[in-house]
Design a protein around this ligand. Structure first.
Ligand SMILES: [Zn+2]
Length: 583
């Protein structure tokens, strides 16, 4: 659904291949899109040898390499001996020693072939689109084995009247070459790893700019898109980015672009710094929720493009889990806590009940081939972050995350996060990391309530987790008394004073701060106050008609607590059971 660039960069190979003995310093990219039937790319690379070196690897480009020059002398290129389907080796005419500067010119020329599957680039006479440099669709050099950011520039040579974007590059100038051709020159002044390039005939696309908030511009096909969906996307992005900036610090960009990509692209939406590539499907059908999608994607400007994981297996957690968590955190702040709760519940429910064949894995395995990858990384992962937030305290945890962004590309690690939380708060989150991130599954908490004259005794039973559980006592006037109950593995009992106005309901973890199932000792006692009565009937009736959503969306409202007769939907059968259980 929402693929991060960091997932497809080939970082997964890092463990099986030795790092390259070059440090990548600068890259100047010249792309000629003004010659009909032919795309030409010239790369000027500046590398510094970090050891004795005769070659380096780059992702297979979308356009055939035609020549290589190394410090002015001819070099050669050939498929990588171990990964020919992914990588090309650029071979030097001689050997360089540590400290040597190497200037490499690579020329590519031809018709872009963007690979048959997992489309991430496209080329037609009127539009050229390169998103991220994955093998087979690369258009500039990125180190496939290690995080090695560079600075540099991009020039797009296009017919006059074209719209052009080069990732988060800052437009330096538009150079008029002739009445027919101009060059859009962009600079990348901050270290960068991944950016996309886009150029389209101006008469085929429309642009829409935000009215307030963070400057956001959508570029979308004139013919196809629904203007109200584009408007919604621009609105959400422009409102969410300022909140994210408060949470995670300012970015080195002055605006955001939403670039529409063709329907056959392999993702719903995907981001590089400052640019969200939005599948046309998003703007033409109702199948995708623009709001949660844009909040998730713009969060990737920080998580996945400003800061990334040091270890490949932690990449999905620091990219996808963080983006999903951050998007809902920001939406909750903008539109109210109920929105965040709905998002957290949706993610929990999807992890708990929608894993194919009950497949599972540890979040930190990061194994994309596991059938439960999406459920674990996109749905459980963000809830684990919410759980950590609750355990550490929102403000303190938020401050640690904000500082983490400064660790930059390749700087994030779970061990470091544990250390930083301990240093900032004295709280050891290691036990939570072990149970939530390095183990599978989720807790099922059995709750028994006994109401006395002045207090309610709540007994909890769950076999293996250390949990901090918010418990609200709701009185008959709707007032709330909030408690925190710390649970160790096994059975435990707490006694809480009854509200003076009279107890109406006990709500366990009402904001969905974790992936969990709450099971009332008597399933019909959904208010967890020890009796089955009209209040339970009302609560179930209020959820009547809610079911586990068939799509990954938040409007299903399914909550298993109210599914008294468990069948993944709250319906007449659940009401009937409450009625028959009431005295
Ligand atoms: Zn994502």
């Amino acid at each position: 659904m929402f693929t991060a660039a960091s997932l497809t960069l080939g970082l997964g190979w890092a463990s099986t291949a030795r790092a390259q003995s070059v440090d990548f310093i600068r890259q100047e990219v010249f792309v000629d899109l003004a010659t009909p039937g032919m795309t030409t790319v010239d790369l000027e690379l500046e590398l510094v040898a970090t050891g004795s070196v005769t070659k380096f690897s780059t992702a297979n480009p979308a356009i055939p390499i035609t020549s290589v020059l190394v410090n002015g002398a001819p070099g050669t290129f050939a498929p990588h001996p171990t990964y020919p389907e992914y990588l090309t080796e650029i071979r030097f005419p001689g050997t360089f020693a540590a400290g040597d500067t190497i200037a490499v010119s690579i020329q590519m020329s031809g018709v872009p072939s963007c690979g048959a599957s997992a489309l991430s680039c496209s080329s037609t006479p009127d539009e050229t689109l390169f998103t991220f440099p994955s093998p087979g669709s690369a258009w500039y050099h990125v180190d496939p084995f290690k995080v090695d950011p560079f600075i540099g520039s991009v020039e797009l040579r296009v017919p006059v009247g074209y719209v052009a974007v080069a990732g988060h590059g800052k437009l330096r100038e538009i150079i008029t070459e002739s009445p027919e051709v101009e060059r859009h020159a962009f600079d990348f002044v901050a270290p960068t790893e991944v950016f996309g390039g886009y150029a389209a005939k101006g008469t085929n696309v429309a642009t829409m700019e935000s009215q307030g908030g963070f400057p956001t511009k959508a570029i979308y096909p004139l013919e196809e898109a629904k203007v109200e969906e584009v408007t919604r996307a621009v609105d959400v992005a422009s409102r969410v980015i300022p909140v994210l900036t408060e949470h995670y610090g300012p970015l080195a960009i002055e605006g955001a672009n939403l670039v529409t990509v063709p329907k056959n692209f392999a993702f719903g939406a995907m981001s590089t710094l400052g640019v969200v590539y939005v599948n046309e499907v998003v703007f033409t059908t109702e199948t995708y929720l623009v709001e949660q999608g844009m909040a998730h994607e713009t969060s990737h400007f920080w998580w996945g493009n400003t800061a990334t994981a040091e270890l490949a297996n932690e990449g999905p957690f620091f990219g996808e889990s963080m983006a999903e968590y951050s998007g809902w955190r920001a939406l909750g702040e903008l539109d109210g806590v109920a929105k965040r709760t709905a998002g957290m519940r949706m993610n929990a429910v999807w992890y708990m009940y929608r894993r194919p064949n009950d497949a599972d894995m540890d979040v930190l395995t990061g194994d994309q081939s596991n059938p439960a990858f999406v459920h674990v990384v996109y749905h459980k992962g963000p809830l684990v972050l919410r759980t950590l937030e609750e355990y550490v305290g929102s403000e303190a945890f938020g401050a640690v995350l904000k500082d983490s962004i400064n660790l930059g590309l390749g700087g994030l690690s779970v061990d470091r996060l544990v250390e930083d939380v301990a240093a900032a708060t004295g709280i050891d989150i290691n036990p939570l990391v072990e149970e939530w991130l390095r183990a599978q599954g989720f807790p099922r908490i059995a709750v028994t309530a006994r109401v006395g004259d002045e207090s309610i005794e709540l007994s909890f039973d769950q076999p293996s987790y250390t949990l901090r559980v918010p418990v609200d006592l709701v009185d008959v006037r709707g007032g709330r008394t909030q408690h925190i109950v710390d649970l160790e593995p096994g059975a435990s009992t707490v006694s809480l004073p009854l509200p003076a106005a009279g107890l109406a309901a006990v709500e366990i973890d009402p904001l969905w701060t974790m992936v969990r199932e709450i099971a009332s000792e008597r399933a019909e006692d959904v208010t967890l106050d020890g009796v089955v009565d009209g209040a339970d009937l009302i609560e179930v009736a209020l959820r009547h008609g809610t079911s586990l959503p068939s799509k990954r969306r938040v409007d299903g409202s399914y909550d298993p607590l109210f599914d008294v007769e468990p069948d993944r939907k709250v319906d007449d059968a659940d009401l009937a059971r409450v009625i028959s259980a009431a005295p």
